[in-house]
Design a binder for this molecule. Structure first.
Ligand SMILES: Cc1cc2nc3c(=O)[nH]c(=O)nc-3n(C[C@H](O)[C@H](O)[C@H](O)COP(=O)(O)O)c2cc1C
Length: 181
């Protein structure tokens, strides 16, 4: 069903169709992501992405520190599930997914989350994960995000982290939130 015509810069006009959450322009699909604000009372101070292997999820679940909020997970399919929009400062925990291609080091879901100006404005620090087998690209997603956003890279850990990583990050976050507004 053709809904309307889309005018794009350069003066071209293309037919476009809307099927569920997917806009199709000239046969190429562009996913539309809807952002939903988190409930006002929700104390979120950690946002993370984790794929189906769930390493980062398990790491985040193990963190314990005074005043910890509820961690928010960036969904695997934000175009279907919606994307959270935060309303207070948070630290991002991100796994690296380049596999030798730096352009893909940051998961697309995390790029989409950070492309939202509100989400980007509340970012205060990044914790990255990866696998040392990837050599120079180990935890590259964290370095790329901190270079772009100018927030500190707080920590890197491998796969689902060790008990030592969990304790260092728990203590570090407790201290971090006492010094950062
Ligand atoms: C396809 C693929 C590409 C990866 N690329 C990198 C990489 O470039 N650098 C790195 O340090 N780790 C890389 N990893 C390792 C992941 O970051 C690591 O397994 C992480 O724990 C995955 O987290 P998750 O299970 O929460 O998604 C890659 C893993 C996969 C499966």
């Amino acid at each position: 069903m053709i809904l309307t015509k889309l005018s794009v810069s350069g003066g071209c006009t293309h037919n476009w169709k809307l099927r569920r959450n997917v806009v199709i322009v000239f046969g190429m699909s562009k996913r539309v992501i809807r952002f939903h604000p988190l409930p006002a009372g929700e104390e979120v101070d950690l946002v993370y992405f984790s794929s189906v292997s769930n390493n980062t999820h398990r790491f985040v679940q193990g963190l314990r520190y005074p005043g910890a909020g509820t961690p928010v997970r960036i969904p695997l399919r934000p175009h279907l599930e919606g994307m959270p929009r935060v309303h207070r400062p948070y630290v991002l925990v991100v796994p690296t997914y380049g596999g030798g291609n730096p352009a893909h080091a940051i998961p697309q879901q995390v790029k989409d989350f950070l492309n939202d100006p509100t989400n980007r404005s509340f970012l205060r620090g990044v914790i990255a994960s990866g696998n040392t087998n990837f050599g120079e690209d180990y935890c590259l997603a964290g370095r790329q995000i901190t270079e772009k956003t100018r927030v500190p890279l707080l920590y890197c850990f491998e796969l689902l982290g060790t008990p030592h990583d969990t304790s260092v990050v728990s203590e570090g976050l407790a201290k971090f939130w006492t010094t950062v507004a």
